[in-house]
Design a protein around this ligand. Structure first.
Ligand code: LLP
Length: 403
């Protein structure tokens, strides 16, 4: 990224995340523009990076928000996303979350089971409202991605099968408190093959046509998120081909296409910057110990995910095999294993790329480590968009010790 990493480290300390807001906007428009004249709504998947400034930047460009907790809904609203562009998904919404979502009058609640439809109806009745809903269909298609982020097979917990969906739509149509306006599928994340998405869209579009015959008019066709990005050498789905493939399945239907990209919009726009603490050798095995850790960026530990790593100003030097590890007390605390890096010195800076999605949002205070600060590059200047935690922040809710 076009920033002075060293200066930022000096000013704000390490580790830190830095995001390129100009690229975030470009990525949003790459998807939005692919829909061209077609009615569409891009709802950024807030879970990928839920910093308020990130959401606000996207809201200003016209983006909606795909949320998976009432907390995310509140973030989206606070950041300026209008309620009529917010959707609320997730397999386990509590009564309280459903109630609040109805009160906030968001575009639709995406229902993931018959039991949940029942709860939404009860909550809507109590509020004397008609709940706009969509139903998440599980098309039983293998998305060919990491099993932890695959969601479109019956063996996964998400959505309902076609027959159940039909039953639910009929129930909703006959209810005074439910308004079935949408249909939804999302088969997985970091998708690099178009075919599984297309096959799913064919199945779900067929269902929409069947529903039309029985008097259920679907207005929103929500194709979920999932577009992959390049971490290493993945071949990518072109947004235009993606949209074209979806639109081809929608013949005869007058629907607004909704999509929920997260990673595609922010993934490659963020970097995690960490400082080298030590080099050490254990019986011939070289470790580079840095000040960032799995609590800051858990993707390598959790999914064995690859993130490109570079040592600043040294990459032209001779490289040797090593593991890059953090200070946390478990062997799963690593950013890379068996990669080639130049010899480092105390205080060298290391950049971990493609960390804009599911980086900070999955971070924790494990080992009583402060969550790091987040910076934004926009129009050639850098600003803080989240301050680093302090120890006091971390203990603030431990009431027994506070007076
Ligand atoms: N919509 C739904 C219903 C989702 O479950 C997800 C992601 C998205 C949209 C956004 O997907 P994206 O466009 O970002 O692929 N923590 C994992 C990824 C988990 C994805 C969960 N759902 C990772 O770091 O790879």
């Amino acid at each position: 990224m076009n920033v002075n990493y060293k200066e930022l480290a000096k000013k704000y300390g390490t580790p830190y995340y830095v995001y390129d807001f100009d690229s975030i906007k470009v990525n949003y428009h790459a998807i939005k523009d692919a829909f061209k004249a077609r009615k569409s709504l891009v709802c950024y998947a807030v879970k990928a990076n839920s910093n308020l400034s990130v959401i606000k930047t996207l809201a200003n460009e016209g983006s909606g928000a795909d949320c998976v907790s009432i907390g995310e809904v509140k973030r989206a609203l606070k950041a300026g996303v209008p309620n009529y562009k917010i959707i609320f998904s997730g397999v386990g919404k509590s009564d309280e979350e459903i109630k609040q979502a109805l009160e906030l009058d968001i575009l639709m609640i995406n229902v993931e089971s018959e039991a949940e439809l029942f709860r939404v109806e009860i909550q809507a009745k109590e509020l004397d409202k008609k709940a706009r809903i969509s139903i998440r269909v599980n098309p039983n298609i293998d998305p060919k991605t990491h099993p932890y982020i695959s969601t479109g097979l019956h063996e996964n917990k998400f959505g309902v099968d076609i027959d159940t969906a039909k039953r639910m739509y009929i129930k909703a149509k006959n209810s005074d408190f439910l308004d079935p306006v949408g249909i939804h599928f999302h088969i997985g994340s970091q998708l690099t093959e178009l075919n599984p998405i297309k096959e799913s869209s064919v199945i779900v579009a067929d269902l929409v046509r069947t529903l039309k015959v029985i008097g259920v008019e679907i207005k929103f066709f929500d194709i979920g998120g999932g577009l992959g990005i390049q971490y290493k050498d993945e071949t990518l789905i072109d947004p235009n081909e993606y949209v074209q493939a979806i639109l081809e399945t929608l013949f005869g239907l007058d629907v607004t296409v909704v999509c929920e990209p997260g990673r595609y919009i922010v993934g490659n726009t963020g970097e995690f910057v960490t400082k080298v603490l030590y080099e050490k050798n254990n019986g011939g095995k070289r470790f580079v110990v840095v000040d960032g850790a799995m609590n800051d960026l858990i993707r390598p530990s959790l999914y064995n995910a690859y993130h490109k790593i570079e040592v600043l100003n040294k990459m032209d030097k001779e490289k040797l095999n090593c593991n890059v590890v953090g200070p946390i007390c478990e062997s799963g605390d690593f950013f890379a294993k068996n990669i080639e890096l130049p010899m480092t010195e105390h205080d060298d800076l290391m950049v971990i790329y493609s960390a804009g999605a599911y980086g900070f949002t999955m971070s924790s205070n494990y080992n009583t480590r402060n969550k790091v600060c987040e910076l934004a590059l926009e129009n050639s200047s850098v600003r803080v968009i989240r301050k680093r935690d302090t120890f006091e922040d971390q203990i603030a809710n431990e009431v027994e010790f506070l007076n």
